[in-house]
Design a protein around this ligand. Structure first.
Ligand SMILES: Cc1cc2nc3c(=O)[nH]c(=O)nc-3n(C[C@H](O)[C@H](O)[C@H](O)COP(=O)(O)O)c2cc1C
Length: 407
């Protein structure tokens, strides 16, 4: 879904080596039907050719605070508030320091001070600059002021060094902008999402677990939060960083998943994406079990989180489960829907290129009346499609209105 369509973005380009990437950014924003005004700082103009920008934009860029011509056509206050958001990409260390301090010594900084719109920065700089404590402090302060930070990535930098500081990929910037502009239509609703694998201890050094990466659950939590739901993510061990607008609770065992889920009730939406082990050992050995001691491990059934929540007296209005099967996916999922008492189940076939280890997922969506087959898609898109269904459930298809305007 393109939430950027017809949005007005004021793009500020500052003077760093990544300034040339703003040209590509402009193209991609235009692909998404964004209306763009562009300010180049005086130093940015040393890095890039203004004519290239003006040719792409089909209009003048802005740079001079004191230009009578530009003032007559579009004064800086007008520029500040005729947009929906100000995007600074790339943002130099110098510029973010000026933002924190409220400097107003050129057109861009004046516009920012005069603007009450969303501010989004995509910093790019040398690794040592990015890890400098002063820069870190400035980033923290900007975050506190509500600025969206599109953090730089790690990679090879123009100065030859390797590390963090590279401008976020343009496609990723577009993705993030799209989420920032997503309508907050789940405002007022609370969601709990479980994700990742459970880890069931056998003794102090061993455990049983599974291949879940947590990717799908994190995407779902992120998507719900972006649409305005207060989202709690209860996660087993993963390598993924949770989004800033999600409250993360780290757990290990199925018992902890259940405890934290119950503690956080009531909620409106509960989505059980975590791969919680069906079994755990009857007793966790206090000492490391020695190889020579013959041991028959006794496994017992683990707590069933989804079932517990579905039959709880504080049952959320919408309870959604996931089912991962290697065989008889549809038959087993249908049985699971009845047995677990949840409202919807998303079934995914566990195969080499699907579910656990993959970036994509092929889903069969079950509710009590029917089964829908979804095409194979990125886990991010599965999250978005599920979010749309949740929005329709709570808002009587209000999202359809948005889709009509935005697609
Ligand atoms: C070749 C060169 C490359 C630079 N690259 C960066 C950069 O990537 N990031 C950064 O924060 N500053 C960089 N700087 C420093 C900025 O240009 C300098 O801080 C300048 O004052 C920024 O001006 P502005 O923030 O008003 O655009 C670079 C300087 C030079 C000479």
């Amino acid at each position: 879904m393109n939430f950027l369509k017809k949005k007005k973005i004021l793009l500020v380009v500052t003077g760093g080596i990544a300034s040339y990437k703003s040209l590509d950014l402009i193209r991609r924003l235009q692909d998404n039907d964004v209306i763009i005004e562009c300010i180049l700082t005086k130093n940015a103009e040393k890095f890039v050719n203004v004519l290239s920008f003006e040719s792409l934009l089909g209009k003048k860029t802005h740079s001079n605070l004191f230009s009578l011509d530009q003032e007559n056509n579009m004064n800086h206050i007008k520029l500040a508030n005729t947009c929906d958001a100000v995007l600074i990409a790339p943002c130099t260390a110098n510029f973010l320091s000026k933002m924190v301090n409220g400097s107003a010594d050129d057109l861009a900084t004046n516009v920012l001070l005069a603007s009450n719109k969303e501010k989004i920065i995509a910093p790019a700089m040398n690794t040592l600059m990015w890890s400098n404590k002063i820069v870190k402090k400035n980033i923290r302060d900007l975050k506190k002021l509500g600025t969206h930070i599109l953090s730089p990535q790690a990679g090879k930098l123009a100065c030859g060094s390797k590390g963090s500081g590279k401008l976020m990929e343009v496609a990723e910037i577009i993705n993030k902008l799209n989420f920032i502009f997503a309508p907050k239509i789940l405002n007022g609703l609370k969601a709990i999402v479980t994700a990742g694998p459970s880890l069931e201890k056998i003794d102090p050094v061993r455990f049983i677990s599974n291949f879940s990466t947590g990717h799908q659950g994190y995407e779902i939590a992120n998507s719900l939060a972006n649409f305005g739901a207060k989202t709690i993510l209860i996660s087993g061990p993963t390598n993924i960083e949770a989004a800033k607008n999600v409250e993360l609770i780290n757990v290990h065992s199925g018992k902890e998943f259940l405890k934290k889920s119950l503690e956080n009730l009531p909620c409106d939406i509960f989505i059980s994406v975590a791969a919680i082990s069906d079994w755990c050992t009857k007793k966790i050995s206090k000492e490391k079990i020695k190889k020579k001691i013959k041991k028959d491990f006794q496994f017992i059934l683990n707590d069933d989180v989804l079932k517990n929540i579905s039959f709880h007296k504080k049952k959320p209005r919408l309870v959604i489960g996931f089912s991962a099967e290697t065989h008889n996916l549809l038959k087993n999922t249908k049985r699971k829907l009845e047995d677990k008492g949840c409202d919807w189940i998303l079934a995914n076939q566990v195969a080499e290129n699907n579910a656990f280890s993959s970036d994509t997922n092929k889903i069969f969506f079950f509710n009590k009346k029917k089964i829908d087959e979804w095409p194979k898609m990125k886990k991010k898109m599965v999250a978005l499609k599920l979010t749309k269904k949740i929005v329709s459930f709570f808002k009587n298809n209000k999202l359809l209105k948005y889709e009509k305007n935005l697609l």
